[in-house]
Design a protein around this ligand. Structure first.
Ligand SMILES: CC(C)(COP(=O)(O)OP(=O)(O)OC[C@H]1O[C@@H](n2cnc3c(N)ncnc32)[C@H](O)[C@@H]1OP(=O)(O)O)[C@@H](O)C(=O)NCCC(=O)NCCS
Length: 229
């Protein structure tokens, strides 16, 4: 049984160009097994991703190829996808894809902080990982309308479905992470923090059994006025 502890998950560089063929072969084998007919990426495409620092590679003992994924941007960089996820058969089921996707996600956030991150998948493993990262399932209308992205579906055996539905649905589930959700969450937390603080003050200033002092009431009014300014 392989151990995740022996596997390093890194941002690929020029140093890893020697693994490009292995990456492509592994993607080829997996797409044949799945019967989805995913197109083989060219050597140049994968190599460029490595040179640009937009790929993640997993190596056992710093040497043996175990997994890969790369970052692509679409729609004038307003959307980002983490594509070409592959884990070599011997290394599956130990959480390696989770680690690779985590790293690809943080790399995407670093390079394209305002972009929405999305993916299309039929695989339960990827759905689980995406969900954990904060992606939500969405209809295709929420994904990029960049024609070049959708061209990538042409080699899929189910492409006729996508065509018939005018790109509105297919067998894949669309999943999306929008960085704006984080901002909403932060704003919401702040509002609750303010509400919490005010509540504490109100409780402290509450009249005791003997009745409230006029001084307390004055402070309370002042505080409310300040917060609502
Ligand atoms: C899909 C793939 C990347 C998963 O890699 P992995 O390293 O085995 O995945 P992990 O061990 O990180 O598992 C992640 C989660 O998915 C689950 N999972 C893994 N393989 C699964 C499978 N075949 N079916 C259902 N669930 C699966 C795991 O149990 C885990 O769930 P948990 O967090 O609830 O425990 C790998 O099987 C693969 O390379 N397949 C071929 C290429 C491919 O399908 N790529 C994805 C294209 S969208």
């Amino acid at each position: 049984m392989k151990d995740l502890k022996n596997i390093k998950v890194l941002v690929a560089t020029e140093e890893h160009l020697k693994y490009v063929d292995q990456v492509n072969d592994a993607i080829d084998i997996a797409s044949k097994e799945r019967g989805t007919g995913i197109a083989r990426r060219t050597y140049e495409y994968i190599a460029t991703k490595m040179k640009e620092g937009k790929a993640i590679i997993a190596l056992e003992n710093g040497e043996t190829f175990a997994g890969f994924c790369y970052v692509e941007s679409w729609g004038a960089k307003s959307f980002v996808a983490n594509s070409g996820l592959i884990v070599v058969k011997d290394y599956r089921g130990i959480g390696l894809a989770t680690e690779i996707k985590r790293k690809a996600f943080s790399l995407s956030r670093q390079i394209y902080p305002d972009a929405k991150i999305f993916g299309l998948t039929t695989g339960l493993a990827v759905m689980k990982i995406n969900h954990e990262l904060g992606y939500r399932p969405v209809t295709f209308s929420e994904l990029t309308d960049d024609e070049d992205f959708w061209k990538g579906c042409q080699s899929c055996v189910n492409y006729d479905i996508l065509q018939r539905t005018g790109k509105s649905k297919c067998l894949c589930t669309g999943m999306l992470y929008d960085p704006a959700w984080e901002k909403d969450k932060k704003a919401e937390k702040k509002t609750w923090a303010i509400k919490g603080t005010l509540l504490d003050i109100i409780n402290k200033l509450k009249p005791n059994k003997n009745g409230s002092s006029p001084k307390d009431a004055a402070i309370l009014t002042l505080l409310f006025k300040k917060k609502n300014q």
